[in-house]
Design a protein around this ligand. Structure first.
Ligand code: Q9C
Ligand code: ZN
Length: 649
């Protein structure tokens, strides 16, 4: 049998040039008497310290801040506003500063505000310029004050200058940079009203914002963030708002919006560069946001954007008010920019019903501009939704703030993603050690079912949604493809049982008789993956609620299975593939498969559980696997499956 080498991507990882910008001078902007305020200097300090202690900044190009030139700021703001922000920190304003701030919406000002505002805007310009020129692949500007609420003539919502809008205009105006189309993704939990207004009629800038809206009651509390706001004139269709109807949105909601709105549109728009208004106030634990995006969620959202603009992405910090949440979220994003594998839990919760509704109305509103949005979202997807917590049905949503934090943790099982007071992902810390232990050990995962078809199997590694699979696959945490693939024949019996499954509907599930018998043969596709990945496949194949804080199948199990031939996994005993069977060694690496156990075989034999031929879809997938794998001709594959489906056990 032939071994097929598959490409490995591991060598490029340290070669990515990632910029990171931090400057202590931006901490000099704070409340006049240092009264407590969510938008305080410790935010950027916490992020910076976290990235340093995690060894991230050491692997990046560290840049320091530069003040923006007025001419660039004036591309977004009016002269009077720029004059005000330039002078507000000077002594002449000492007696008036607080009064001026109090007339603005959610703004404080002090002696450090002017410099910080100029540095924040200049810093985003600086990193954006370097990424545009190709000196850096991507970058993160850890700036404050934030910017996305700041409008032409108005500071508001903790924002003085609109940093991202200023940098965007800079890129577009410097013609020799060759940046003609920019996608701005604003994932701050608040609507980016200032950015929206700046590019309202500008088709060179596609502004996308997902935010809590609650029909105009969430800050900034007007209709600007509604889905009907799509831009105007030549800019019509180039403004996309995704307004949440409720809080508590999490990874599943954001990923659904990415998959069904942002990513298809980004593909069609084909930006030259992406700027992210990267507020982390939709993060789980944020005191203002009331949403629950995990670090893993942010990493996924970012990773999905890396496929565009040749990876030219700039993140600029906006909001985010829980120091631990924003630090962990920023860390997860940096790992993506550095092309590290994502090490955290999987998301198994479904989007809210309201999320699907919002996705549908946004697509409806924008389909005239983006043909990729024209199709209906499949009903089988929409039917996968999270239940609304009972407590909220009886009380008004907005009055439920007190229970909200509790609900975030309790109602929607974010599978592994429990968070402690310090907002560390608990399951992560518990699982991280077994994961790193098992990530160095290779096994052959031998499959006889639909996983023989490689694209199908890859969903269990890379995550995503395969046709015919109703559920979003979380994939393995280690998304590296199998290192090798080979085929072998084993003396085991293949058969099909059960009437119906979630994935394939009516039809069989392929099983392998755990005991070998010389007259039987089964074709198996062997994927060389790590024991960590094997655990994630076991988990997904058995659709269990087991939280993976410890492995289903560890080194002790491996020793045990080698000795006994098979091992039953208690934690997933309700799944159909709870029995791991050892099939021998191949080049010193153990071969493992998963199937039912002998008591299941008895139930099949007695008719207690029916045998059943595979559905057409399912059989076709098996045939495709065998044919594309070069094992059998189509004709041979069809009769091989037919025999397995009809021969009595
Ligand atoms: N009742 C950013 O996240 N909240 N700004 C005011 C008044 C203001 C948030 C509440 C929230 C501003 C960048
Ligand atoms: Zn915000």
């Amino acid at each position: 049998m032939e071994a097929v080498e598959t490409a490995s991507r591991s060598t490029s990882r340290s070669l990515r040039r990632v910029g990171i910008l931090y400057d202590e001078r931006m901490c000099r902007h704070h409340t006049p008497d240092d009264e407590p305020h969510p938008e305080n200097p410790n935010r950027i300090r916490a992020i910076w310290n976290k990235l340093q202690s995690a060894g991230i900044s050491q692997r990046c190009e560290v840049l320091s801040a530069k003040e923006a030139e007025d001419k660039y700021i004036l591309s977004v703001h009016g002269k009077s506003h720029v004059d005000l922000i330039r002078n507000i920190s000077s002594q002449q304003y000492n007696s008036r500063r607080n009064r001026i701030a109090s007339k603005l919406n959610s703004i404080y000002l002090n002696e450090g505000s002017s410099e910080a505002a100029y540095l924040a805007a200049g810093s985003v310009i600086e990193v954006a310029k370097r990424v545009a020129k190709g000196e850096l692949d991507s970058a993160f500007a850890i700036v404050r004050p934030p910017g996305h609420h700041a409008e032409h003539d108005e500071a508001m919502g903790f924002c003085l200058f609109n940093n991202v809008a200023i940098a965007t205009n800079f890129l577009l105006n410097e013609k020799e940079l060759g940046i003609n189309k920019i996608l701005i993704v604003d994932w701050d939990v608040h609507h980016g009203n200032g950015t929206q207004k700046t590019f309202w009629k500008d088709p060179r800038v596609l502004f996308f914002s997902v935010h809590r809206h609650e029909f105009g009651s969430f800050y900034p509390s007007n209709d600007d963030g509604d889905y009907t706001m799509i831009g105007e004139g030549p800019g019509a269709g180039y403004n996309i708002n995704v307004p949440w109807e409720n809080g508590r949105c999490g990874d599943a909601d954001y990923l659904a919006v990415w998959d069904h709105i942002l990513i298809p549109v980004a593909k069609q728009f084909n930006p030259d560069m992406i700027l992210i208004s990267a507020g982390f106030d939709a993060a789980v634990g944020d005191p203002l946001g009331g949403c629950c995006v995990t670090p893993y969620g942010y990493a996924m959202l970012l990773r999905k954007l890396m496929d565009f603009a040749r990876g030219k992405i700039v993140l600029a910090l906006e909001g985010g008010y829980n120091l631990a949440s924003i630090s962990n979220s920023a860390l997860a994003c940096m790992e993506v920019l550095l092309d590290e594998k994502i090490v955290t839990g999987s998301t198994e919760a479904y989007p809210f019903e309201s999320t699907w509704r919002v996705i549908q109305v946004v697509r409806q509103e924008l389909k005239a501009f983006w043909s990729v949005l024209a199709d209906e979202v499949p009903t089988k997807l929409i039917s996968q939704k999270a239940p609304i917590p009972k407590i909220l049905i009886s009380s008004c949503d907005s009055e439920a703030e007190d229970v909200e934090e509790l609900l975030q943790e309790v109602i929607r099982p974010l599978s592994t993603l429990r968070v402690d007071e310090d907002c560390r992902v608990l399951a992560e810390s518990a699982s991280v050690s077994w994961r790193s232990d098992l990530s160095n050990i290779d096994i052959w995962y031998a499959t006889f079912g639909s996983n023989m078809w490689k694209p199908r199997f890859l969903f269990y590694i890379e995550g995503g949604q395969v046709d015919g699979m109703q559920k979003l696959c979380s994939g393995s945490m280690d998304k590296r493809p199998p290192k090798e693939i080979l085929w072998k024949i084993f003396p085991h019996r293949l058969f099909f049982g059960r009437e119906s499954t979630r994935t394939w509907g009516l039809g069989g599930v392929a099983f392998l008789h755990p005991e070998s018998k010389n007259e039987d043969i089964v074709h198996m596709c062997l994927y060389r993956i790590t024991l960590e990945q094997f655990n994630d496949v076991l988990h997904q194949e058995n659709i269990s609620s087991y939280d993976m804080s410890s492995p289903l199948f560890d080194l002790t199990s491996l020793d045990c299975v080698k000795e006994k031939g098979s091992i039953n996994l208690e934690a997933v005993k309700k799944g159909w593939y709870h029995n791991v069977v050892y099939l021998g060694m191949e080049r010193d690496i153990p071969i493992l498969t998963m199937t039912c156990d002998l008591s299941d075989i008895e139930n099949f034999k007695s008719g207690k559980v029916p045998l059943h031929a595979p559905s057409e879809d399912y059989a076709n997938t098996l045939v495709k696997g065998l044919v594309e794998g070069g094992q059998l001709s189509e004709e041979e594959a069809v009769s091989y499956i037919k025999e397995a489906a009809t021969k009595p056990l």
